[in-house]
Write a protein that binds this ligand. Structure first.
Ligand SMILES: [Zn+2]
Length: 345
């Protein structure tokens, strides 16, 4: 599952390659990703033909492309979905619209270092698992075969739809890459993520602490804080010194904020090197994970030594998800035994 830094790399690439581009036509090779489109595949194609893509925006792991008619193309990439830009001229990274998310003083993520999106120059092929292709109106610099945005999805868990934008509840910008205070209607329930300048930290900590569930489970709840997946939850808990089985309501405000700040910090560092690329789909032939994975402290390291204290890292299941932790650096409460659903026994 791509995590927030991977999705942000994708968003930045889409913004660079698609902003200002007009959709000339839509090819639907498989209608299944459009199952949530009002009006079905024909309405999807009709809503996009002739429209100009005005940017690329993201909240948590949810992506959308605002359109010039005030609506948006929203994309759920699921476990295996990828948006691939093909045949466009590659503008300089310095010309990227929207503020880069990288920490000041660091260069923006190098998209050539990521596995997604693959910025392929050749439109001649229909890749395996190609479901939807948006053909872009030609522009000087495009490859001779033309330019397109492809939805490629092996497992068919992702989808796309053209949807209305609705005002954000707090009046702040919709997300990274969206200066407008608007989000797609189907993203309105998604909380702001840890890299969002408009995140209200005190409210987020309070929201988390109102839950009796394990903090590991709460970190993964996109309605409390969005964008955290299994990798960054485990990393943030290790950096924050809290075991994932602790009931969030039993932790101090300081401890919860420490874990959230640490999780955000890990995601920022991963973003600076183009994401973790840890998903099996993105692992290369030797099984070598992405660049950032080499600096992970706990995720994928059960049975190995803690980088801080040398104790052997352990893995267990909390709320149906694996949790790797250090028995010495991460304190667990005496009453912290959990059911598989992440609730205290
Ligand atoms: Zn340790």
């Amino acid at each position: 599952m791509p995590e927030l830094p991977e999705v942000e790399s994708v968003r930045a690439g889409l913004a660079r390659h698609l902003t200002g581009r007009r959709v000339a036509d839509v090819e639907i090779l498989d209608p299944r990703p459009l199952r949530r489109q009002d009006g079905g595949p024909e309405a999807f194609a009709q809503a996009l033909r002739g429209r100009v893509i005005t940017g690329a925006a993201r909240r948590g792991k949810f992506l959308w492309l605002p359109l010039d008619d005030g609506r948006a193309l929203s994309a759920h990439l699921g476990m295996s979905g990828q948006l691939l830009v093909r045949g466009t001229a590659a503008p300089a990274a310095a010309a990227a619209p929207g503020a880069p998310l990288s920490p000041p003083g660091e260069s923006p993520p190098d998209l050539t270092a990521t596995r997604a999106p693959s910025l392929v120059r050749d439109l001649s092929s229909h890749p395996r698992h190609l479901r939807i292709r948006l053909l872009l109106a030609p522009r000087p610099g495009d490859s001779p075969g033309g330019a397109a945005l492809d939805l490629v999805d092996q497992r068919m868990l992702g989808g796309m739809r053209v949807t209305e934008l609705v005002p954000t509840l707090d009046g702040a910008p919709g997300g990274q890459g969206s200066p407008e205070p608007l989000v797609p209607a189907d993203a309105a329930h998604i909380a702001r993520d840890l890299l969002d300048p408009a995140l209200d930290w005190a409210a987020a900590v309070a929201r988390a602490r109102s839950s009796r569930r394990a903090i590991k489970t709460v970190l993964l709840d996109q309605g409390i804080i969005s964008g955290i997946g299994n990798i960054y939850a485990d990393e943030g808990l290790w950096h924050g010194g809290v075991h994932g089985s602790r009931r969030t309501c039993a932790l101090s405000r300081q401890a919860v904020e420490r874990v959230l700040r640490a999780t955000g910090g890990v995601m920022e560092r991963a973003l600076a090197v183009g994401g973790t690329s840890f998903d099996a789909l993105y692992v290369d032939a030797e099984g070598a994970p992405g660049y950032f994975a080499r600096s992970l402290a706990v995720y994928g390291r059960a049975g190995r030594e803690c980088r801080r204290c040398g104790a052997t890292l352990r893995s267990e299941v909390i709320g149906g998800r694996s949790h790797t932790s250090c028995p010495r650096c991460q304190r667990r409460a005496r009453d912290a035994r959990m059911t598989r659903a992440g609730r205290p026994l």
